[in-house]
Design a protein around this ligand. Structure first.
Ligand SMILES: CNc1ncnc2c1ncn2[C@@H]1O[C@H](COP(=O)(O)O)[C@@H](O)[C@H]1O
Ligand SMILES: [Zn+2]
Length: 347
């Protein structure tokens, strides 16, 4: 549990996978409805101090996906996840999820997205204090044709969701498939006005793929762990990211617990933050990695010795990286400034 300052800090969450963000309370609720899966409970979260390989994390997602197979499941999960982020002091979130179909329950990709959007709407109607937007995710293991279908679905909801659907994500096991196969669908999405948040260089030795994906260019980068030359990336990759000033979504617990980074102090946050490059602290999968955004901010502060003022600035600057329009950014900044005095007079 994070200290009160980090909980009270108003925060923006820009990298959260819906099915990776399910809390153990919600998992229990889902298991009650599916008793045949009751022995899977401990398979969906990496406890404190434990680690897995990234490959093992993707096995965990397969188990979690067995728990969310109907429109009702997706609706319940979305509502709970949104409320949990709000309770943690997150004022604006861009959730992302891969539309899935499930023949046994009649869930289609379209009804999947509708269920997410309906849950978001209900949270709003209930007065939950958080602005929620949504990105449709492309899982690289499903290939470019499915990716193009996802772009079309995103386009449909982009037009009809009143600004809630803002973009696309490229994710999934980075060791599977080739990123260059997704350039065409991603570019098509971009031409429609959808913003792009792409997982990039989450594992080593993908310089060619990273270069191709950066040429689009994306609006934000997920992880970017192996972009800089010190870890096998290249100066050219760094220069491209700097030239377009593409913000990085950085997820400490995710990278350490899935072992793409050996320890917190080795995290590439350090490299990019020292360059003055936009860095956004995110959770990735708060359920799987047993974290929340307050804790991620606290880890950032304690690992790199950042003052409360520096942490405040980090959160405030993240507002510039959201996909919602400028007017939303101004509103959030006003909100942050209103909350600031209360936060700094506590001690
Ligand atoms: C740990 N690092 C990661 N790297 C890449 N992709 C990840 C990920 N963590 C999660 N996902 C992606 O998100 C899906 C689960 O949420 P949704 O079913 O979409 O809501 C995973 O199946 C994977 O495609
Ligand atoms: Zn991710």
């Amino acid at each position: 549990m994070a200290e009160q300052f980090y909980k009270d800090l108003p925060k923006v969450e820009l990298h959260a996978h819906l099915n990776g963000s399910i809390s153990s309370t919600t998992t229990e609720k889902l298991i009650t409805k599916k008793p045949q899966l009751s022995d899977q409970h401990n398979m969906t979260v990496i406890s404190r101090g434990q680690k897995r390989t990234l490959e093992e994390c993707f096995e965990m997602f397969k188990i979690i996906h067995q728990l969310t197979v109907s429109d009702e499941d997706i609706f319940v999960v979305t509502k709970d996840v949104v409320k949990e982020f709000a309770a943690d002091g997150v004022k604006y979130i861009e959730l992302r999820s891969t539309p899935r179909e499930e023949k046994s329950t009649g869930m289609t990709k379209k009804s999947y997205v509708s269920s997410v959007l309906e849950a978001i709407k209900q949270c709003k109607n209930e007065g939950v204090d958080i602005d929620v937007r949504f990105l449709l995710a492309i899982d690289r293991r499903n290939g470019p044709n499915i990716a193009m279908e996802t772009v079309k679905l995103a386009e449909e909801f982009f037009r009809s969701s009143d600004g809630v659907v803002v973009g696309l994500d490229l994710s999934g096991n980075p060791a599977v498939g080739d990123g260059k196969n997704f350039i065409a669908p991603l570019q098509a999405g971009r031409n429609l006005g959808l913003k792009l948040a792409l997982h990039l260089a989450e594992i080593p030795n993908q310089n060619e793929e990273s270069e191709m994906l950066l040429s689009i260019p994306p609006d934000r980068i997920g992880h970017g762990t192996f972009l800089h030359p010190e870890v096998g990336g290249s100066q050219r990759l760094v220069d491209t990211v700097k030239k377009y000033r593409i913000p990085l979504e950085l997820c400490f617990s995710s990278n350490v617990k899935s072992q793409t980074i050996s320890s917190y102090d080795q995290h590439h946050f350090h490299y990019w933050y020292n360059l003055g490059h936009p860095c956004v602290v995110c959770t990735d999968d708060k359920g799987v990695f047993g974290t929340d955004l307050s804790l991620e901010y606290q880890i950032t502060a304690s690992t790199f010795n950042l003052s409360k003022t520096q942490i405040w600035d980090l959160s405030y600057q993240s507002i510039n990286c959201i996909f919602a329009p400028e007017s939303v950014k101004s509103d959030l900044k006003r909100r942050w400034n209103e909350l600031k005095p209360g936060l700094f007079t506590q001690d």
